[in-house]
Design a binder for this molecule. Structure first.
Ligand code: NAD
Length: 419
């Protein structure tokens, strides 16, 4: 009989179980980490602009609340399905734990190609989703946020719908809102600032000199573009960048300051390719560009069993969620490539979400400097803890981050008691 391939969620569960056992815990200590605490599936009827009615399907998975209220984004994508949302919810529990913020983990999603919807249809869909998951969320229960294809505007609608049903203003119900309705300064740049902070610390730990360090970045969205710009400001040489429009190489270093998120992918690509010394390279070879640090900041599963042996870098910083598969990582580790995991590297977004929530609960806003300074401090201490555990255990940085996360989750559950 052929062995059935594990889903990504089942693989993550297996690695949590293995780490818990390595830490010396009994099954009764970690069993609650192996399945989500609550799963909600909702149907979302939406009246379209032409008067027809379509029914979409949405999810909210609440993975673990041992360390605090559930926290996690909402994704709008045609491929959203419950097993993927489960995996993303578990990753959030681990990420909040590594980042040491007082949240559990959750994730939500709607199976929809949001590009096909008009703005009014998108607003109706979002409001319907907020209404349907209302019974299980709350500012001290579960706090959604943006994820793939959701943004500040959508979070503004969500906040409004929840507040209408509650009959009171509840800004702390979602994070990633526009600043005008309770969002935090610095939230847009937070993930990129977190990626830059850990990349710089990682490079320093390897005695890399910024001006001599060649960096390759996949993706020029919120995470990739801001990480590239902040690293270039620190003196690093960004030698290659790709996005959906193409891949560009410039061994003299690209001037990434010309890019702007508002431009969109095509225009940013055009601005880079027009620079002196730039050349177009095939997309399928982009990730194999020789460099010192490779930052995949676009999609999941970009480096895997079939292409990992061709990767030509010293360090990988996982800015996207799950850009390197488990098999891909094993090949890289064998080659001596060091990899800093996603649950550490892209935690800047959720850390700033936590700051937004704290400001909402206090009805008091912080300056951009305060937000950034606190964010850098949190990312730095999380990085240092991962490095310390890795030095003690001699495993991978991912195993070190998982050890920290799983241990904290089990300890919190222990102190809450079982009855
Ligand atoms: P985004 O949608 O803003 O940008 C994605 C970028 O990837 C775009 O530039 C797009 O052109 C590019 N891209 C898509 N397919 C590509 C391909 N085949 N080759 C090269 N480039 C390609 O997304 P984002 O918010 O920057 O998120 C990127 C990743 O980081 C995702 O995995 C996301 O889950 C993760 N993440 C984002 C945040 C956040 O705060 N935005 C936080 C944590 C994790």
């Amino acid at each position: 009989m052929s062995e059935q391939k594990l889903s990504q969620y089942q693989e993550t569960v297996q690695s949590v179980k293995k780490i818990a056992e390595d830490l010396g815990y009994k099954e009764s200590d970690y069993i609650t980490l192996l399945s989500p605490e609550r799963e909600l599936t909702v149907s979302l009827p939406v009246t379209m602009d032409d008067g027809s009615v379509r029914v979409y399907h949405g999810y909210r998975i609440q993975d673990n609340s041992a360390r605090g209220p559930y926290k996690g984004g909402v994704r709008y994508h045609p491929d959203v399905e419950i097993e993927e949302v489960r995996d993303l919810a578990l990753l959030m529990s681990l990420k909040c734990s590594v980042a040491d913020i007082p949240y559990g983990g959750a994730k939500g999603g709607i199976t929809v190609d949001s590009r096909e919807l008009s703005e009014t249809e998108l607003e109706r869909l979002t409001r319907k989703y907020a209404e349907k998951i209302y019974p299980v969320i709350g500012p001290e229960i579960d706090i959604p946020a943006p994820d793939m294809n959701t943004n500040a505007k959508i979070m503004g609608w969500f906040r409004d719908e929840y507040s209408k049903i509650a009959g009171v203003q509840v800004p702390a119900i979602v994070t990633g809102k526009p600043v005008e309705v309770g969002g935090s300064l610095g939230r847009n740049e937070a993930t990129g600032l977190g990626v830059k902070t850990v990349t710089h610390l990682f490079a320093q730990s390897q005695n890399f000199v910024p001006e001599e360090t060649r960096i390759v970045v996949q993706g020029t969205g919120n995470v990739g573009l801001i990480s590239a710009q902040l690293l270039a400001e620190e003196g690093y040489k960004i030698i290659a960048i790709s996005n959906i429009a193409g891949a560009v190489l410039n061994l003299n270093g690209l001037d990434v300051s010309v890019m702007d998120l508002k431009n969109g992918d095509q225009k940013n690509y055009d601005l880079l390719i027009a620079q002196s010394g730039s050349q177009e390279i095939p997309m399928e070879e982009f990730l194999f560009t020789e460099c010192d640090i490779l930052i995949p900041a676009a999609l999941q599963n970009q480096i895997h069993a079939e292409n990992a042996d061709k990767i030509n870098t010293k360090l990988i910083v996982e800015a996207a969620n799950a850009p390197v598969s488990a098999e891909g990582e094993a090949i890289l580790v064998n080659k001596g490539v060091k990899l800093l995991p996603d649950i550490l590297c892209n935690a800047g977004g959720v850390i700033c979400s936590y700051f937004e929530w704290v400001q909402n609960l206090q009805y008091f806003s912080w300056t951009l400097e305060e937000v950034n300074q606190k964010l850098i401090a949190k990312m730095t201490s999380a990085f240092e803890e991962v490095l310390k555990v890795q030095a003690e255990q001699k495993g991978t940085y991912r195993e070190a981050a998982l050890r920290i996360a799983v241990d904290k989750l089990i300890q919190a559950a222990k102190f809450k008691g079982k009855f």
